[in-house]
Design a protein around this ligand. Structure first.
Ligand SMILES: Cc1cc2nc3c(=O)[nH]c(=O)nc-3n(C[C@H](O)[C@H](O)[C@H](O)COP(=O)(O)OP(=O)(O)OC[C@H]3O[C@@H](n4cnc5c(N)ncnc54)[C@H](O)[C@@H]3O)c2cc1C
Length: 325
């Protein structure tokens, strides 16, 4: 591999966490392959973001075009195809978001590149890149090779790559003319709609008591609210709780919900699906209560209690109140 490219994802003039995930994975791959590392930043008026990236990446390629101001897979595919035309030895690493799910398959076809989605790691064997993916509802890890492909697009699963500042000298910023022609786009970005902000902002909470389908048919959430109060935290949830109408969407943690960065995350009756875990950032202390000892949440948790919620939650609250005096 000659080059490891990392696609920078941004929204409302801010780099998204997915960009740092992708840079962490890209940096690791560049070290393992000895390839050059470069970030691709597509947008409009993105100088500040380019500077931010250059602090962590030896090269940042910028395409500045008003048609790239907001994510739209059509001009993004066309621009990336133009940028990478004629190159034949690269891995393009991209984070994980709804925009990327829209972008990556079509992009790999346009680039005539192999595609591996949702990767959780990479190995390099005799100079050949292999991707680690989880299959069968994340029960089996599969190491996949690319059958000799020299152009590879790889998207990542959130939560498996952690970025740390490198402290290296700032990289070069290279501004490239937009390869987008004058032909009209069939897809248009209409507007950015801010997600509903409710009475509680789980994104900024330090202590989260998250409830999942394991609470059963119980509609009275006072037991969990009372525990959260005792802990000085807020109640959040997994998607089934929102689907049941028990809590509003702005309390849902996960890839299609809210990203949270608490210090403590208490997961009650939550199995630990990757879509849920993908919303938990910043390596909090995770404590899980689940009656199934094989629930995947126990792989993410530092402390686990295998028990029925009804037995544990009141006892936990009592103990916390006792300790707090
Ligand atoms: C495109 C897409 C996006 C998604 N986005 C999200 C998202 O943003 N957030 C999200 O949360 N999910 C999301 N999901 C759904 C996700 O795949 C899981 O289905 C969901 O997270 C499961 O929620 P859960 O853990 O509460 O329920 P389950 O997986 O049903 O787990 C319930 C757990 O409770 C335990 N349990 C049962 N009874 C008890 C008891 N009495 N005491 C103790 N433990 C008990 C069980 O052992 C089990 O492990 C998404 C899915 C898709 C396809």
């Amino acid at each position: 591999m000659k080059t490891i490219y990392v696609l920078a994802e941004h929204r409302q003039q801010h780099l998204r966490d997915t960009t740092w995930d992708a840079l962490a994975a890209g940096r690791d791959l560049a070290q393992k392959t000895g390839a050059e590392l470069a970030c691709l930043l597509l947008g409009s008026g993105v100088d500040a973001m380019a500077d931010q990236l250059a602090k962590e990446c030896p090269k940042v390629v910028v395409v500045d075009d008003p048609r790239l101001a907001n994510f739209n897979s059509e001009p993004f595919v066309k621009t990336l195809t133009g940028l990478l035309a004629g190159q034949d030895s690269y891995v393009l690493v991209i984070g994980n978001s709804n925009s990327i799910i829209d972008l990556a398959p079509g992009l790999s076809v346009a680039l005539d590149a192999a595609l591996a989605t949702d990767c959780i790691g990479f190995e390099v064997d005799g100079g050949k890149v292999k991707a680690l993916r989880q299959i069968y509802s994340y029960k089996v890890n599969a190491l996949v090779s690319f059958k000799g492909a020299s152009r590879i697009v790889a998207t990542l699963r959130s939560g498996f790559f952690s970025f740390a500042p490198s402290g290296a000298a700032p990289g070069a910023i290279e501004k490239v003319a937009s390869p987008l022609g004058d032909e009209p786009l069939r897809k248009r970005f209409l507007s950015y709609v801010e997600a509903e902000k409710g009475d509680v902002d789980i994104a900024s909470a330090d202590i989260i008591v998250a409830i999942g389908r394991g609470i059963g048919d119980e509609e009275d959430l006072s037991m969990f609210e009372s525990l959260a109060d005792a802990m000085g935290g807020v109640v959040a949830c997994s998607r089934p709780i929102v689907d049941k109408g028990l809590l509003p969407k702005y309390r849902q943690v996960g890839t299609s919900g809210v990203e949270v960065k608490p210090k403590v995350y208490l997961a009650l009756g939550i199995s630990g699906a990757f879509q849920h875990l993908g919303g938990i950032k910043g390596n909090p202390l995770i404590v899980a209560v689940n009656k199934d000892p094989r629930a995947p949440i126990f792989r993410a948790a530092q402390y686990g209690i295998v028990a029925n919620l009804a037995d544990v939650v009141p006892a936990l609250e009592e103990k916390i109140k006792e300790l707090k005096g």
